[in-house]
Design a protein around this ligand. Structure first.
Ligand code: ADE
Ligand code: ZN
Length: 354
């Protein structure tokens, strides 16, 4: 297959994105524009903030998750109004639609905004406007996943959960589930048991980052103590065959992010990620962009292409990956049926060419 026809085939696949932090879609250009519009001062003691170009250059040299998170939290400090959040999400949805995304479940980090005086209902209003527009103009359906920052005390996460409930009740259905992100290593899942119990009681879906930099044991405790039905990243699952068998039996889906893993030094080569092992053993996973504006502007299609370049997958294997993504999505059965129809048409078209 030529490079062009490979990209064309991968673009044609109906993709579900399950792991994309909307604040991670903030490009250096939009960051500088919003900083100016909102009179937000950027750090003057860090030469990376001299211009969008110097910032972009700094983003190529992250040495670990925490190094990235430092820039990620400074970056999002320019987001103030509902229109800012709408512009951010709309920018992502346009990229996603161009890459063949048909359904996106996007993370947002309320604690990082509330601490700066931005109200929860302000950011939600911006996201909802962008979601409506994406559904109407791009035929792209979406859900929101409210993420909690694990480097903050569990009590702060609980009070944020309660505040979100007051400002925009979960029963309204604006938010489909909760997640857990930020620094992983010193913050094991069990610290957040109470938060997950409360969210589960409200009928919210549950997921958590686990096994990105942290050990496979964090994946196990996210399952056992938090009751998650999905694992974000989860690449360290490859270190524990018994746990891997359990994940296969339970049909837990992982949301894998190849370019993120490479640029945050969780692997030194995308070809060393356990994609082949996961496929051969029957682990369900989707392929995602994580924080595309921070990771070389690699949106979801770039991640699909990187996996194809590294593992030379067959058309049938791509069908399996996309089908797992559709099955694992938190959307209606009707929407899944529509997405399977698009998938089958894309696969049949590719098979007819071969
Ligand atoms: N890859 C990642 N891991 C943990 N927290 C994050 N927040 C944004 N991206 C993240
Ligand atoms: Zn993430």
């Amino acid at each position: 297959m030529s490079q062009d026809s490979k990209v064309e085939f991968l673009r044609s696949l109906p993709k579900c994105e399950h792991h994309m932090h909307v604040e991670g879609a903030l490009t250096p250009e939009l960051l500088f524009t919003l900083a100016k519009n909102n009179s937000v001062a950027l750090p003057s003691d860090d030469p990376a903030f001299a211009s969008p170009a110097t910032l972009k250059d700094r983003y190529t040299r992250f040495d670990c998750l925490d190094d990235f998170l430092h820039y990620y939290y400074i970056g999002m400090s320019v987001l103030i109004t509902a229109a800012d959040f709408e512009a951010l999400a709309w920018d992502y949805f346009q990229h996603a639609a161009a890459d063949g995304v048909v359904h996106a479940e996007i993370f947002f980090d309320p604690q990082a905004h509330l601490g700066r005086g931005v109200r929860y209902d302000t950011l939600l209003a911006g996201f909802q406007a962008a979601r409506r527009r994406a559904a109407q103009e791009l035929q792209l359906t979406s859900e929101l996943i409210c993420c909690f920052l694990r480097h903050l005390p569990a009590a702060d996460c609980l009070s944020t959960f309660e505040l979100a409930e007051v400002q925009a009740g979960f029963e309204r259905g604006d938010v489909v589930g909760i997640g857990l992100d930020s620094s992983e290593l010193d913050f094991p899942p069990e610290l957040f048991e109470e938060l997950y119990r409360r969210a589960g009681e409200k009928g919210l879906k549950l997921t958590a980052h686990a096994g990105e930099e942290g050990p496979s044991g964090y994946i196990e405790t996210a399952l056992d103590r938090l009751g998650v039905s999905r694992i974000d990243h989860g690449i360290r699952l490859a270190d524990d065959d018994a746990l891997l068998d359990r994940i296969v039996a339970q049909e837990t889906m992982l949301s894998v992010c190849p370019w993120s893993n490479l640029l945050l030094r969780c692997t030194d080569d995308i070809a060393k990620l356990p994609i082949r092992k996961f496929l051969d053993k029957g682990v369900r996973f989707s392929i995602n962009s994580d924080d595309p504006a921070y990771f070389g502007n690699h949106y979801i299609l770039d991640n699909y292409v990187a996996v194809q370049d590294a593992f030379d997958l067959s058309v049938e294997e791509w069908r399996k990956i996309c089908a797992a993504g559709i099955d694992g999505s938190w959307c209606s059965a009707e929407r899944k049926t529509e997405m399977f129809r698009i998938l089958d048409a894309a696969i049949a078209k590719q098979q007819a060419k071969q």
